[in-house]
Design a protein. Structure first.
Length: 245
């Protein structure tokens, strides 16, 4: 649920139930398949596929599952053609929301997404209504530890091409341009720095700070969108410390 607490999101990922993991595996499989169809089955020559495989492994998706999906996609055995679609809209109190989906039925998914916005106090907007508020960036999240020297970590990050280094209460965030993501990742790996989460995502240029009922309503909208089978990612400019059960 990009947009409120990066560290809360990471914690939620770790606490997913088996049923939820099954849904996550399905979404990861779609991303792997799309990456293979666009750039081929060789991870060394296909950055998007390498990233998708890394995300699948981080979610504890078995290697045999990953290999099976790549083989199926590269061999054309899967007859389902997924189309990538972006939806834009607003949550309660004017929070900007972007939804990246992968669907085999655009009309069905559009209707579902519109219903979820309306049901949770938001509204689906026109293409381009909020995308200008976001930038695509690479993000690495690293937890604090006694062995980790923050100054050394910052030097490794910046010298490998990172755009920004942020120190937070829970840990550290390294921000990169998408084209520098792989170089920074390689440097972190070479320096044996444990990354708890990494992704190329959409980051808002400005955030809306909310608390209380408006914050909870937005979190409920974002969670409902994330839970939809066709949705691959949800991004917002919400900033809050609120939590929902």
């Amino acid at each position: 649920m990009a947009g409120h607490s990066k560290w809360a999101n990471i914690k939620r990922k770790k606490e997913k139930t088996d049923a939820a993991k099954g849904k996550i595996f399905t979404k990861l499989s779609r991303e792997i398949m799309s990456a293979v169809k666009q750039g081929g089955p060789d991870p060394q020559a296909n950055f998007r596929l390498r990233l998708a495989i890394d995300q699948a492994k981080a979610a504890n998706m078995p290697n045999e599952n990953i290999s099976r999906v790549i083989k199926r996609a590269s061999g054309g055995e899967d007859g389902t053609n997924y189309e990538e679609v972006v939806y834009e809209g607003y949550g309660p109190a004017g929070v900007a929301v972007m939804v990246h989906a992968m669907t085999d039925n655009r009309n069905r998914t559009a209707g579902d997404i519109r219903h979820l916005f309306n049901k949770n106090g938001g509204s689906l907007g026109q293409t381009g209504c909020v995308s200008w508020l976001f930038e695509q960036k690479g993000v690495f999240s690293i937890e604090r530890s006694e062995e980790l020297d923050s100054d050394q970590l910052m030097m490794v990050a910046l010298e490998s091409g990172a755009e920004d280094f942020r120190e937070e209460e829970e840990g550290f965030e390294i921000i990169t341009k998408p084209e520098d993501f792989e170089c920074v990742k390689t440097s972190l790996d070479q320096n044996k720095i444990q990354v708890v989460d990494s992704e190329v995502t959409m980051i808002p240029e400005n955030s809306i700070k909310l608390a209380g009922a408006d914050a909870i309503k937005n979190l409920q909208l974002l969670e409902a969108l994330e839970d939809h089978d066709d949705v691959q990612g949800v991004y917002s400019n919400l900033e809050t410390n609120e939590e929902i059960d």
